[in-house]
Write a protein that binds this ligand. Structure first.
Ligand SMILES: [Zn+2]
Length: 454
C-alpha cells in the first residue's frame, strides 16, 4: 500500500553510491546514510543494486480480446516480477487499440491492477489494416494521453500513410514506433535467410526486409521533421542505417530485445552440447520462433556494440505471451513470439553487463530513463531524488538461478530461457512506493486500487 513506508538500507545506486532511501507516500522522502526508520518497514539492501523502475516500451498485454494469452493484470504482475514499473501495451488487441475508448479502457485496467503504470500504445492505422489512419489525435487527447503509436506485429508499409502518421504525431510530440518488416519480402518467412535456413528447409527472412524499411523511414522522418522509433532491431545492417541516420541528425531512436542480444539462429538447429532440459536442445524448438527472427552471431555482436555505443538507445522486451497450443506444435504452425518481462534484466546482465559492454548506470539508461523519455512518461528523470515517485527495483547481481516456470508470473510460459542458468535476481520492486515484489516474492495487491502517483 502506498500508505506503508519503507526504509531501504544500504542500497548501491547505479553510479556506485551506497545510501539509505526512505520511501513514503509514494515518493522518495529522504536519501542519505544512516536514516532513522521512523516506523518505516526496514528493507535490507546490503549488497543489492538499486535501479530506477524499469520501463518497457514494447509489451503485449493481449487484453482486450486475447485474455487466454495474457491480461493487463497478469502481464502487470509479470512486469513487476521483472523489475518493471511502467509498460507500454501494444495495440494489437481485439478490438484494436485504435480509438480513445479502447486506450482509456486499457489504461484503466492497468491502474486498477496497480502493479505497474500501463501506457497504451495507439494503433497507427484503423484495425492495424494499413489502409487509413486511426484516431491518433483523439487517442493523444484522451485520458490515456497516448504518445507512442505503432501497428506492431505489422509494418506500416504504405509510405504515404507512414508520412502522414509522422506528420500527425509531430504536432503533439508523439512518436511512431515502426515494426520494420517489408511484407512482400517476408511472405511465408520462418527464420533468418541464409545457409542454415536452407539446411533446415525453412523459408528465409532476409535482413534487407528490415533494413530497407528502416532506411525509408529515417528519410521520411527527416523529411517531415518528426520523431521515429524503430522496434526490435535484429541485423548488423539495421545498426549501420541507424548510425548513419543519427550522424545526419535525424530524430530516430532504436531498440533491441534481450533475446536478439543473447540468442542466435544456431539454436534452432538444436545443440546436443546444451543442457538436455534447456530450450533449443532438440532443434526446431518453436519457443525460439520470433518476429523478427533470431539472426547470426555477427548480428548479435553488432547489436551489443550498438547498445554499448548508444546507436541503439534502449532495450525493450517485446513480451509476447501465447497459449501453449500456439507454441507446442510444428515450427511452421507456431505463433511468433516469446515472453520476456520476467527474464529481461537477467538476460541484459548476461549479454551486456557481465561481458563488460554496459555498467549499471548504462542499464538504468537503456531500461528506464531513455525508454521513459521516448514514451514521454513522467516521473523517471530524477530517480532516487527526494520528491520523485518511488519507482525502483532492488537486484542481487551476484545471484545465479536456473530459470524455471516458477519465475514466470504472467500467463505465458513460452520462454526460451526455461532450464537455462541466468544471472541476477529481482529482490524487490516498488511502483509508486507500493511494494509489488518484496523478499523476492510477488506481492498480492488489493484490487481495485488507486495508488497511482498523480
Ligand atoms: Zn514487432
Amino acid at each position: 500500500m502506498s500508505g506503508t513506508a519503507y526504509l531501504i538500507r544500504g542500497a548501491t545506486l547505479p553510479d556506485g553510491e551506497t545510501t539509505d532511501l526512505l520511501v513514503r507516500e509514494g515518493r522518495i522522502a529522504e536519501r542519505g546514510a544512516g536514516l532513522s526508520d521512523r516506523g518505516a518497514i526496514p528493507v535490507d539492501a546490503a549488497g543489492l543494486r538499486a535501479l530506477p523502475g524499469l520501463v518497457d516500451l514494447h509489451t503485449h498485454l493481449r487484453e482486450p480480446g486475447f485474455e487466454q494469452s495474457e491480461t493487463v493484470l497478469t502481464g502487470s504482475r509479470a512486469a513487476a516480477a521483472g523489475g518493471f514499473t511502467t509498460v507500454h501495451a501494444m495495440a494489437n488487441t481485439f478490438p484494436v487499440q485504435d480509438t480513445a475508448g479502447v486506450v482509456e479502457q486499457v489504461a484503466a485496467l492497468g491502474a486498477a491492477a496497480g502493479y505497474a503504470t500501463v501506457r497504451p500504445v495507439g494503433a497507427v492505422t484503423v484495425g492495424l489494416a494499413g489502409e487509413r489512419l486511426a484516431e491518433i489525435g483523439a487517442m493523444a487527447r484522451s485520458r490515456a494521453a497516448v504518445r507512442v503509436f505503432s501497428d506492431d506485429g505489422k509494418c506500416v508499409h504504405d509510405a504515404l500513410l507512414m508520412r502522414r502518421a509522422l506528420e500527425y504525431v509531430a504536432t503533439f510530440d508523439g512518436v511512431v514506433a515502426q515494426h520494420a518488416q517489408e511484407p512482400r519480402l517476408t511472405e511465408g518467412a520462418q527464420m533468418n535467410e541464409g545457409a542454415l535456413a536452407s539446411t533446415l528447409g525453412l523459408a528465409g527472412w532476409p535482413a534487407v526486409a528490415e533494413e530497407a524499411i528502416i532506411a525509408r523511414d529515417v528519410l521520411l522522418a527527416e523529411h517531415v521533421g518528426a520523431r521515429l522509433h524503430v522496434c526490435h532491431l535484429s541485423t548488423a545492417g539495421s545498426v549501420d542505417v541507424i548510425r548513419w541516420a543519427k550522424a545526419r541528425g535525424i530524430a530516430v531512436t532504436a531498440e533491441a530485445t534481450p533475446h536478439h542480444l543473447l540468442l542466435t539462429e544456431q539454436l534452432i538447429a538444436g545443440d546436443a552440447a546444451l543442457d538436455p532440459d534447456a530450450v533449443g536442445h532438440r532443434g526446431y524448438d518453436s519457443r525460439l520462433k520470433v518476429n523478427p527472427p533470431l539472426r547470426r552471431d555477427e548480428d548479435v555482436r553488432a547489436l551489443r556494440a550498438a547498445v554499448a555505443d548508444g546507436t541503439i538507445d534502449i532495450v525493450a522486451t517485446d513480451h509476447a505471451p501465447h497459449p501453449v497450443e500456439s507454441k507446442e506444435c510444428a515450427w511452421a504452425e507456431a505463433s511468433f513470439g516469446m515472453v520476456g518481462l520476467e527474464s529481461a534484466l537477467s538476460v541484459v546482465q548476461a549479454a551486456l553487463v557481465d561481458p563488460g559492454h554496459l555498467d549499471w548506470g548504462d542499464v538504468a539508461r537503456v531500461l528506464s530513463r531513455t525508454p521513459a523519455e521516448i514514451g514521454r512518461v513522467p516521473g523517471y528523470d530524477a530517480p532516487f531524488a527526494p520528491g520523485s515517485p518511488a519507482h525502483l527495483t532492488l537486484v542481487d547481481p551476484t545471484a545465479r538461478r536456473r530459470f524455471g516456470r516458477a519465475q514466470l508470473r504472467g500467463r505465458g510460459v513460452n520462454s526460451p530461457y526455461l532450464g537455462r542458468e541466468l544471472p541476477g535476481r529481482i529482490v524487490a520492486t516498488f511502483h509508486a512506493g507500493v511494494a509489488t515484489v518484496l523478499d523476492g516474492e510477488l506481492q498480492t495487491l488489493p484490487t481495485p486500487t488507486d495508488h497511482e502517483v498523480a
